[in-house]
Structure formats: structure tokens, C-alpha cells
Design a protein around this ligand. Structure first.
Ligand SMILES: N[C@@H](CCC(=O)N[C@@H](CS)C(=O)NCC(=O)O)C(=O)O
Length: 246
């Protein structure tokens, strides 16, 4: 789907997912000026699951953005340039509406509030549930699997702990906790609306596959993620679609 300014110029070629919920066609016309949005810059790393969440969200919203890669493997996250953007030495950072935002879940909520995306349900109970599912991933699984954590553990263990073993242990543990929480009928984590929980789930499942976690033990999670992954706006955010050329 193409979105157009009032003067007819195409402002986004982003593919907008067509599942029933979230994209309101007047989104971009809520932005400033003649229906044009300010430039949005995403400081990200192709493999970062936190940054992947934001690529999904921006694609779902059809908001055009420019990526500024921060190479985590090369240590670019702790350069003065990145620390000036993200004092925690992490990605992602989103420059939007003249401000710099860090912490992906806070950014997702900001985008939701600014654009009425429906990443959080309208009812308080629904919002609490979606936040619970999102936090189960983003605050329980992802932090212990962060690069700085796994590197430190492997180094402290003198090689007794492998990166793969660490990742498999904590991702499988986290997914085992999440699976029984997904009791509501789908097709997604919280019914038929793509929410923040789904935006957190897809990158986590990418990471699980990356570290060869056996997903057969998580049939509900696997089924939800299989429905989400082919949605064009989500597929376009996949690390393989944005990774630097070899
Ligand atoms: N809670 C933060 C987590 C950010 C985070 O952990 N980012 C990782 C990549 S997914 C990172 O920058 N790691 C760099 C490092 O560990 O040095 C968020 O959601 O934005």
C-alpha cells in the first residue's frame, strides 16, 4: 500500500500489514505540515531484538525512517557518538518529533500514543495483559541474553559456560513461562489485534532460532509467531532484510 501527501506525492512505500487491526489510513495526516512527517532516524543494529521491535512498529505504522547502524559486534554502542544518544550504551535510539528516545517499550508506547496505532488495547485490563506479556519477554528474557551479560558470564566461567548454552537456557526458561500465559484465543497474543506483545514476540522468536532453541515445546508461541512473521510490515523488519552486505 502507498500513502500519499495531500499534494499527491507518495510519502511511503512501506508495506502495511493487512491484518484486521491497526493501521489507520489517516495516521500520516495527523503529522505536521502538509501531511508530511519529520524525518525519523532509528539508530539500530540489524540483529538487536530491541531495535527489531521498533522496525516492526514503524513499518506497521507506515512511517518512513532512516536507519543509522550502530555495530554492536564492533563495540560502537560505547563510542561517544552513541553514548550521546543513548547514555546506557545500548540500541535502539529513535530520533522523532525533535526528540531522542531510548528504551524500546517506552518508544512503542510513545508511537502508540502519537499515532493511535492500537499497540495497546483501549481497556485497562487489556493494556495490563499486553504489558505483562511484553515485559515477560523484554524484561525477563532479553536482558539476561544481552551481549554484555552473556560475554561477561562466558568470560567469568573461564569457558565452562558457552554463549549458546546460556542463551538456550534462558530463552527456553522464559518461553516456558510465557507459553501458558497465552491463553486468550488468537490469532495473535491478545486476540485479533497486533499489539506490543506481538511486536516483542517476533524478535524473541528470531533470537530463539538463532540460538537453536527447540520451539516444538512451545506450540502456542510457535503458532502465533507463524501468523505474525509473514505479515509484510513485519517481514520487512527481519534482520536478514536489513543486515549489511557481506
Ligand atoms: N531495555 C532496552 C534494552 C536495549 C538492549 O539491551 N539493547 C541491546 C541490543 S538488543 C544492546 O544494545 N546491547 C549492547 C551491549 O550489550 O553492549 C530496550 O528495550 O531498548
Amino acid at each position: 500500500m502507498r500513502l500519499f501527501c495531500e499534494d499527491g506525492a507518495a510519502i511511503s512505500d512501506c508495506v502495511i500489514g493487512c491484518s484486521r487491526n491497526y493501521v489507520k489510513l489517516n495516521l500520516l495526516h495527523q503529522a505536521k505540515g502538509r501531511g508530511m512527517v519529520n524525518q525519523i532516524i532509528l539508530h539500530d543494529y540489524w540483529r538487536s531484538s530491541s531495535a527489531y521491535r521498533l522496525r516492526i512498529a514503524l513499518n506497521l505504522l507506515g512511517l518512513p525512517y532512516t536507519r543509522h547502524p550502530v555495530d554492536l559486534a564492533a563495540g560502537d554502542q560505547v563510542t561517544p557518538a552513541n553514548l550521546a544518544l543513548n547514555p546506557q550504551g545500548l540500541v535502539p535510539t529513535l530520533e522523532v518529533d525533535g526528540i531522542k528516545l531510548t528504551q524500546s517499550l517506552a518508544i512503542l508506547e510513545y508511537l502508540d500514543e502519537m499515532h493511535g496505532a492500537g499497540f495497546l488495547p483501549k481497556d485497562a485490563q487489556g493494556r495490563a495483559r499486553v504489558r505483562t506479556l511484553s515485559y515477560a519477554i523484554a524484561m525477563e528474557i532479553q536482558p539476561v541474553c544481552n551481549l554484555r551479560v552473556s560475554r561477561h558470564v562466558v568470560s567469568l566461567s573461564g569457558g565452562a559456560v558457552s554463549t549458546e548454552g546460556w542463551m538456550q537456557h534462558f530463552i527456553a526458561l522464559g518461553l516456558a513461562g510465557l507459553e501458558p500465559m497465552l491463553t486468550r484465543p488468537g490469532p495473535y497474543c491478545h486476540g485479533d489485534q497486533i499489539t506490543m506483545a506481538d511486536i516483542c514476540l517476533v524478535p524473541q522468536i528470531y533470537n530463539a532460532r538463532r540460538w537453536a532453541v527447540d520451539l516444538a515445546a512451545f506450540p502456542v508461541i510457535s503458532a502465533i509467531s507463524a501468523r505474525l512473521e509473514p505479515i509484510p510490515a513485519i517481514a520487512a523488519a527481519h534482520p536478514d532484510r536489513v543486515k549489511p552486505a557481506a
